[in-house]
Design a protein around this ligand. Structure first.
Ligand code: RFL
Ligand code: PHB
Length: 395
């Protein structure tokens, strides 16, 4: 089996790339190690930046996103029992959209299958051979060995995938930072706490209050990284969410049935370079941001857009320069998102018992609450910096 581009992983990076290549007349095969149902129900991200939404519209797969996505002007910030609304729309224009990652994945899978594009589930790539004239992938497809050759390989296989290990160690510079905390996330049947998402900074730690619809909330608690999910009863989760979000200006948090819970440790990671020979890394395969600020999915889509443009230039005009510059083109935007996520993470979480740290964090929160200049600067990155290139090569 031969294809122009072999795509490893059917997450946001792999599926958006497959759609962009299809629209540019470039063939691809998507290989996903899990079953369809698993990737369509995995609870993860929820906040889409403006450039991500614009791209999904441009790709013609936004019908449900346009109907069901919740458009937000900014977010709420609560500390010292007081609520502040950061209205980025009023200050700089634009919106963020709340739409669950697995819903976007469902839309992209349905589109891929209905347009006849190859997408194989239960297909695990175990090795990539990167030679001068082609790449060769070894695949375990439901227990049957399969070999695929491709002009290029897009490693969209997430942080624990196989692709990154195929960049030679001597070329790889890894930037890694772990945090002593994780997010305990829940989905619950109850109305959203605030009309838009809210970050609450409390001396016990962060709580985040988001939503997935008029009667479903998504909420997170900062917990120690070695927490066992079973250590928390539903009542303890609600009690702690209530303590951290308590205010003097808004009603108390509503409680409801918790029907999903998960734990996600916080990590920052970037690998430089993001390419070697015919292999390109995208999304979580190349970088991880802590969830504070909601950048991960959006970075994955941004990388896909950059690679789509570069492949378009190669196939339409024989111009390899954009492929050669892929990593250098992606990295500045990735680092800006890293910086944003790190600033939000270190300001909103309680990461030490030192009272001086808390005063410094409060001072920064105070500036975010009182200064429109600070809010505009935050809003520019939160709503989404422009993607490095268009997704389509037009000559
Ligand atoms: P994915 O989504 O992990 O997809 C990778 C896919 O590759 C498959 N795979 C393989 N397939 C074949 N062969 C192999 N050898 C393979 N190895 C792996 C996997 O099964 C999988 O299907 O990576 P991608 O496409 O780079 O997308 C990244 C995003 O999923 C991730 O960054 C976000 O979910 C992060 N994130 C958030 N991002 C946002 O932009 N906004 C948010 O609001 C947001 N909130 C979050 C988040 C992540 C969270 N967790 C759980 C870490 C909230 C949380 C709690
Ligand atoms: C979410 O809605 O899942 C969400 C909201 C804000 C974040 C991360 C995730 O920073």
């Amino acid at each position: 089996m031969h294809t122009q581009v072999a795509i490893i992983g059917a997450g946001p990076a792999g599926l958006t790339l497959a759609r962009m290549l299809h629209l540019q007349g470039i063939s691809s095969i998507v290989l996903e190690s899990r079953e369809r149902e698993y990737i369509e129900t995995r609870t993860r991200a929820g906040v889409l930046e403006q450039p991500t939404v614009a791209l999904v519209r441009d790709l013609g797969v936004s019908d449900r996103l346009d109907r069901e996505g919740m458009s937000h002007n900014g977010f709420y910030l609560r500390f010292d029992r007081t609520t502040h609304h950061l209205d980025f729309h009023r200050l700089i224009g634009g919106h963020a959209t709340v739409y669950a990652q697995q819903e976007l994945v469902k839309d992209l899978v349905a589109d891929r299958l209905s347009s006849g594009g190859p997408l194989h589930f239960d297909a695990t790539v175990t090795a990539i051979e990167n030679t001068s004239d082609r790449a060769r992938l070894t695949v375990d497809h439901a227990g049957t060995p399969l070999e695929i050759t491709a002009d290029f390989v897009a490693g969209c296989d997430g942080f624990h995938g196989v692709s990154r290990a195929h960049i030679p160690g001597e070329l790889l510079r890894e930037h890694s930072r772990t945090y002593p905390v994780a997010w305990l996330g829940i989905l619950a049947r109850t109305a959203p706490t605030t009309p838009e998402g809210m970050y609450c900074a409390h001396e016990n730690g962060l709580s985040v209050h988001s939503m997935r619809g008029p009667n479903i909330t998504r909420q997170y608690l900062q917990v120690p990284v070695d927490t066992d999910l079973d250590d928390w009863s539903d009542e303890q989760i609600w009690d702690e969410l209530a303590v951290r979000s308590a205010s003097d200006d808004q009603p108390e948090l509503e409680r409801g049935e918790i029907f999903d819970r998960s734990l996600a440790p916080l990590r920052s990671y970037v690998c430089e370079t993001m390419q070697h020979g015919r292999l390109f890394l995208l999304g979580d395969a190349a970088h991880i941001v802590p969830p504070t600020g909601a950048k991960g999915l959006n970075l994955a889509v941004s990388d896909a857009s950059t690679l789509s443009f570069a492949l378009g230039a190669f196939y339409a005009a024989g111009d390899r320069s954009h492929l050669d510059n892929y990593s250098a083109t992606c990295l500045p935007r990735i680092w800006k998102a890293q910086q944003f996520s790190w600033t939000l993470t270190t300001t909103l979480h309680a990461l030490s018992d030192d009272p001086t740290d808390w005063q410094l964090r409060r001072a920064r929160l105070g500036r975010w609450a009182e200064s429109e200049a600070e809010q505009s600067a935050l809003g520019e990155v939160y709503l989404g910096l422009p993607f490095p290139t268009p997704w389509r090569f037009t000559g």
